[in-house]
Design a protein around this ligand. Structure first.
Ligand SMILES: [Zn+2]
Length: 252
């Protein structure tokens, strides 16, 4: 399994793309997790073919996680994508995503490829993956995602503070990504992650590799320094790629 960091920034970052990753399994199936406003360009820069991405998963629909959908679908329409596209989201979030999708070809309706809208559930199978979700604590409901593929387990938190349910999905991952807005502790009922909490999880779960992302711009250098004494704990950066299983001692 390969992981391509498309963006690692917070909603209004001046430095980074909005947060999203691309997951490619050994059979070549590709999943895009989230698609904020700067993600279509990050994908175009990679020179992908229009049929390369098979599916999208939305953790939640704060604009920095979903408003790139319109431009991405419009691009695929303009360059004649033919492959059906699966989109997983929370059921309550689908009407808003449909509006974004409709705008991709407005005022005409429909695209030149089918969209297979599916509800995110606690667990489902796709290809040879097992996908599991759990809610984090965020301003709006956000689903963390765990992907188990042969030989590789990945965890991606989406936004929000870890919950016992999301921590259970993080445990045992070969590579995990946790939203970490702040370098200093936030209140327990905050809706974002913080470094002391992430470090405690990294240690307690004995994670081989934990990437912090969606960090506020001002927190990034402090976080990078705070990670240094802890091999395997790192600040995620766009352009990083990972191949799972990681080799011993490797975090990037
Ligand atoms: Zn959010």
């Amino acid at each position: 399994m390969k992981i391509d960091i498309l963006g690692c920034g917070s909603a209004f970052s001046l430095l980074n793309n909005t947060s999203a990753i691309r997951v490619i399994d050994n059979a070549g199936y590709q999943l895009l997790i989230d698609c904020g406003p700067t993600i279509p360009r990050a994908l175009w820069q990679r020179g992908l073919e229009v049929n390369d991405i098979d599916a999208l998963f939305f953790t939640h629909i704060h604009p920095d996680h979903c408003t790139g959908l319109t431009a991405l679908l419009n691009h695929w329409k303009s360059f004649q994508r033919t492959k059906p596209l699966i989109i997983w989201s929370q059921p309550a979030h689908r009407p808003a995503l449909l509006q974004l999708a409709n705008l991709a070809n407005w005022p005409e309706s429909g695209l030149c490829f089918a969209i297979d809208w599916r509800d995110s559930t606690p667990e489902w199978r796709w290809q040879n993956w097992l996908l599991r979700t759990a809610f984090t604590h965020h301003e709006i409901p956000n689903l963390a995602l765990r992907i188990e593929a042969p030989g590789a387990t990945l965890f991606y938190s989406g936004d929000g503070r870890p919950t016992p349910e999301s921590i259970a999905l993080m445990a045992g991952a070969d590579l995990a990504f946790q939203e970490c807005a702040s370098a200093t502790a936030l209140p327990d009922d905050a809706s974002h992650g913080d470094f002391p909490d992430c470090l405690a999880l990294f240690t307690r779960l004995k994670l081989p590799a934990l990437g912090l992302y969606h960090c506020h711009d001002c927190a990034r250098p402090i976080l990078a320094q705070a990670c240094q004494p802890h091999p395997g704990l790192f600040v995620s950066e766009e352009g990083m790629t990972f191949e799972l299983p990681l080799r011993r001692g490797e975090t990037r």
